[in-house]
Design a protein around this ligand. Structure first.
Ligand code: VG1
Ligand code: CO
Length: 543
């Protein structure tokens, strides 16, 4: 096999964000762009000679081409073996599982997750470590440093590998094993959950709709929900993954999965609804007439997890990202287990999961997961909900309301201001940071600031410190506003404003979230000058 060594030079901006490198697809398709980054990943992890990596992605435009480039570069860099999902497809949680199951040296996941796909949309690539999780900052820093020092990359001169059939082939000296993307993952789910009880639930007439949003979970959801659990054919909609996700925005929330949301909130909908994102790690869960906010979902799942066989022995602890509501904290307290607050991004949960300090983790951005893999996992969350519904015989709405009566309710909402000019977003953010120290004691929209700081995280396992992880403002009475700039966007800046208010009065548990949070939203705007800085009248997306 001929190996070409191609002279190249650093390309600016190849810095991994919250979850890998994400850019416009056309940027990834520019000469040397993908190749530079792949070589930098290899260089950043000490080379891939003799190593085995998992390769797969969410099927978006350029997924197939990029996978072939990665395989040729692995072969040229001396890798021993690639384990690839059939058609170069693997959901993010399935890739994480495969990395662990096969004891590999990590994997490369092709995805920009919830970002739209297509030639004029977004693409992404990230490296996951041998524990199956997204590379921690120490590793992504080394990868970024490698992108700034690169002088050449190595690539095999070869034809495409046939990834259309399951089996083993070779690319030069490298073995290429093409695996079914679904079966190992489905087997793991069968071990964690009481499939018999869920089957009985469906057999008893329980109805569900799962919206795969034309993204990667379609084949997984079909096999598991309709195939193994007996949900009615047609339960899974938009089940065929498309390179452009059908032109949609594969983000499971009330805005982008509006049809599903309206179906469940209206008359005559199914008992249960769920959706997942581009790469299958996010989830939105709905009952008839009940929307479950992701923060509440984490709290309810924590309270009831032991009803599922995989968690019968109890939870070691829980972890949530800082902007996620504190609903789960009170459950952890009641259960007498540890509760950790981490920066945004799943990579920060890895050490806690590896060290056995946390069993469940969650983020307000529709991400929930456990120590079964090292990524958030959309279908896993849906199955845990189904297991709990089957075990209790209750509706989602009844479970949620009972939860609030026991623990109180954290009203919660996130306001996203998208595609703001970077200078304006930075001016707002830096301006707010500069005045944090002066805020305590001041009142805004009738709320008095109690605390204001910039979140920094000291990892309790490896002692590493991550600074500048969001600005948080606490008000007297327990309300809170958090500000962050997104690290997953590809153009401009996205400002995220997270609003939270705790309610323990039984008479005040069934308000509309937007109304319950109106004063916190006003205070946040007054403090940060959102309208003044951005010129926007309101957020683009409210979840
Ligand atoms: C967003 C979410 C974060 C999540 C990340 C990756 O990051 O806020 O909670 O972990 O996306 O999710 P940011 O930096 O844009 O706020 V996924 O499903 O896109 O891998
Ligand atoms: Co995702």
């Amino acid at each position: 096999m001929e190996i070409a060594t191609i002279a190249s030079a650093p390309i600016a901006g190849q810095k991994p964000g919250t979850s890998g490198l994400r850019k416009r697809t056309r940027v990834f398709m520019e000469p040397h762009y993908l190749e530079n980054y792949v070589q930098s990943i290899f260089d950043g992890i000490g080379g891939v000679a003799g190593k085995t990596l998992v390769v797969g992605g969410d099927g978006r435009y350029f997924n197939d081409r990029a996978a072939q480039v990665i395989l040729r570069m692995m072969a040229a860099n001396g890798a021993a073996k690639a384990i690839v999902g059939q058609g170069a497809i693997l959901s993010t949680p399935a890739a994480s599982h495969l990395i662990r199951l096969r004891g590999t040296d990590g994997g490369l996941i092709l995805s920009a997750s919830h970002n739209p796909g297509g030639e004029d949309a977004d693409f992404g690539l990230k490296y996951n470590t041998p524990n199956g999780g997204p590379a921690p900052e120490a590793v992504t820093d080394r990868i970024f440093a490698a992108t700034q020092a690169i002088g050449e990359y190595r690539i095999a001169v070869a034809q495409d590998v046939d990834l259309s059939t399951v089996g083993t082939t070779r690319l030069g000296d490298m073995e290429v094993e093409v695996v079914d993307p679904v079966s190992d993952y489905a087997a793991l789910m069968e071990r964690l959950f009481d499939f018999e009880a869920i089957r009985a639930l469906f057999a008893g007439g329980f109805t569900m709709r799962f919206d795969a949003m034309h993204a990667v979970t379609g084949p997984y959801a079909r096999e598991i929900l309709e195939g193994r659990l007996g949900a009615a054919p047609g339960t899974v909609v938009n089940a065929t993954p498309l390179p452009d996700f059908g032109g949609g925005h594969p983000d499971p929330n009330p805005t982008w999965a509006k049809e599903l949301y309206d179906l469940l909130m209206g008359e005559g909908g199914p008992d249960f609804g769920a959706a997942s994102d581009g790469d299958g790690d996010r989830n939105m869960v709905l009952g008839r007439g009940a929307y479950v906010s992701p923060s509440d979902s984490l709290a309810v799942l924590t309270a009831h997890a032991t009803k599922a066989p995989g968690y019968r022995g109890g939870l070691k602890g829980v972890a949530r990202s800082m902007p996620t509501s504190a609903a789960v904290d009170r459950v952890a307290e009641a259960l007498g287990i540890g509760c950790y607050e981490t920066p945004t991004g799943w990579k920060f949960f890895g050490n806690l999961l590896d060290a056995g300090r946390a069993t469940l983790c969650g983020e307000e951005s529709f991400g929930t997961g456990s120590d079964h893999v090292r990524e958030k996992d959309g279908l896993w969350a849906v199955l845990l909900w189904l297991n709990i519904l089957a075990a209790t015989g209750q509706s989602v709405k009844a479970l949620l309301e009972a939860h609030w009566r026991t623990f109180g309710r954290n009203y919660y909402s996130r306001h996203d201001y998208e595609d703001v000019e970077s200078e304006k977003a930075n001016a707002l953010y830096d301006g707010l940071r500069a005045k944090l120290a002066a805020l305590p004691g001041q009142a805004f929209a009738g709320l008095t600031v109690e605390s204001a700081d910039e979140f920094a995280y000291d990892d309790p396992v490896d002692g590493s410190r991550s600074e500048r992880q969001g600005l948080r403002i606490g008000f007297q009475g327990g309300s809170r506003a958090v500000f962050r700039l997104s690290g997953t966007g590809t153009v401009g800046a996205t400002l995220r404003v997270y609003l939270e208010r705790v309610e323990t009065d039984p008479a005040g548990l069934s308000r509309e979230a937007g109304e319950a949070l109106a004063d916190v939203a006003r205070a946040a705007d007054e403090i940060a000058g959102i309208r003044a800085h951005t010129g926007r009248e309101g957020p683009d997306v409210v979840t």
